[in-house]
Design a protein around this ligand. Structure first.
Ligand SMILES: NC(=O)C1=CN([C@@H]2O[C@H](COP(=O)(O)OP(=O)(O)OC[C@H]3O[C@@H](n4cnc5c(N)ncnc54)[C@H](OP(=O)(O)O)[C@@H]3O)[C@@H](O)[C@H]2O)C=CC1
Ligand SMILES: Nc1nc(=O)c2c([nH]1)NC[C@@H]1CN(c3ccc(C(=O)N[C@@H](CCC(=O)O)C(=O)O)cc3)C=[N+]21
Ligand SMILES: [Mg+2]
Length: 289
């Protein structure tokens, strides 16, 4: 039996139609949600992702402000731009595309974004809020993974979830979200000796590594849910994920494709966070009773 494909484009379309309604409602009150995207340098993959984000804003009634800078932009100049966007009441979300050129400290940049506008959810404050269960923006890619898992209708409580990769932006926050959903979580990484030993026991596997064929058919349990975060470019120029899709889909129950899986959901969650930021701002402007 072949796995059911979890369609991130279709799920995104569904969720975005509700988001577009919320954006229109805000716009009708003179509060159109606005996302500022800062791109430093010419990385071609970053250019594609940023273009997709800007287009998604346009298609769903959000305003986007795209600021492109030469790779030589100094850190102080970038921090100044962030300060200006922090102070601009017409901007609700700020995203600085990663990776940044080597001479800029990403931590300093992330922490410079006003917490109310940190729609990536990358700051230490957001990370702490996620860890403790407090309100705050949740990182977009992990949130998108959770929505994809939820769309299968399979409960997570009591299930074993194995995450491959422990980055601050994907693996680590995703492990916390899975834990919050009462899964039993194993977080693996490059120093994990026998990945297959863990993944073979998993009801849910999420691969977020950045290496093709990290998860192969001999490493998965029949019926499992497989979420592929990885984006890799093959020799022929085509995109692929971290999962050996063609063979793994013959074993598992559900699987996300690349492209068309996690990528679009990341952008959908970015729209969600930006609209939420605008809704909070609008609520704060209401006269208190
Ligand atoms: N679709 C989307 O929306 C998004 C896709 N991505 C993609 O997801 C992938 C991961 O991104 P990101 O988390 O930022 O990447 P990072 O490079 O920051 O992290 C990769 C992680 O994978 C681990 N790893 C590396 N090799 C192995 C291995 N052989 N076995 C097990 N673990 C390994 C690393 O371990 P260690 O910590 O020990 O070094 C690290 O924790 C990339 O392909 C990226 O392009 C990322 C964000 C969004
Ligand atoms: N501050 C910041 N926030 C991010 O959210 C962020 C980032 N930096 N740096 C890089 C990663 C990566 N990322 C993706 C977004 C969309 C797609 C996407 O649209 N993917 C499409 C296809 C992409 C293509 O055609 O190349 C898909 O998978 O179907 C992919 C990856 C966001 N990231
Ligand atoms: Mg990273």
């Amino acid at each position: 039996m072949t796995a059911q494909r979890i369609d991130g484009n279709a799920l995104s379309r569904q969720l975005r139609s509700a988001l577009a309604r919320r954006a229109a409602q805000l716009a009708a009150h003179g509060q159109q949600p606005a996302l500022a995207v800062i791109l430093v340098g010419e990385d071609p993959a970053s250019a594609v992702y940023v273009r997709n984000k800007v287009r998604a804003c346009q298609d769903n009634g959000l305003r986007s402000i795209l600021e492109k800078y030469d790779a030589s932009l100094g850190e102080a100049a970038l921090l100044e731009r962030i300060a200006a966007l922090n102070a601009d009441p017409g901007v609700h979300g700020i995203l600085v595309q990663m990776p940044l050129p080597g001479h800029i400290d990403p931590h300093r940049v992330i922490e410079a974004i006003a917490p109310a506008k940190d729609v990536d959810g990358y700051s230490a404050l957001c990370a702490g809020a996620l860890m403790t269960g407090l309100e705050g923006f949740r990182p977009c890619t992990p949130c998108g993974c959770m929505k994809l898992i939820e769309s299968t209708g399979q409960p997570l409580a009591g299930r074993h979830a194995v995450v491959i990769g422990r980055s601050n932006t994907v693996g680590k926050p995703l492990a916390l979200l899975l834990l919050q959903a009462n899964a039993t979580v194993t977080l693996t990484h490059s120093a994990t000796p026998d990945l297959g030993h863990h993944t073979r026991q998993a009801d849910v596997v999420v691969a977020a590594v950045g290496r093709a064929n990290t998860l192969t058919a001999d490493m998965v349990k029949p019926g499992a849910i497989v979420i592929d975060v990885g984006i890799n470019r093959r020799a022929d120029g085509r995109l692929c994920g971290d999962v050996d899709f063609d063979r793994v889909q013959e074993v598992v129950g559900w699987i996300t494709p690349v492209p068309g899986g996690v990528g679009p959901m990341t952008i959908t969650m970015l729209l969600e966070n930006t609209i939420q930021a605008a809704e909070r701002r609008a609520a704060a402007l209401l006269p208190s009773s």
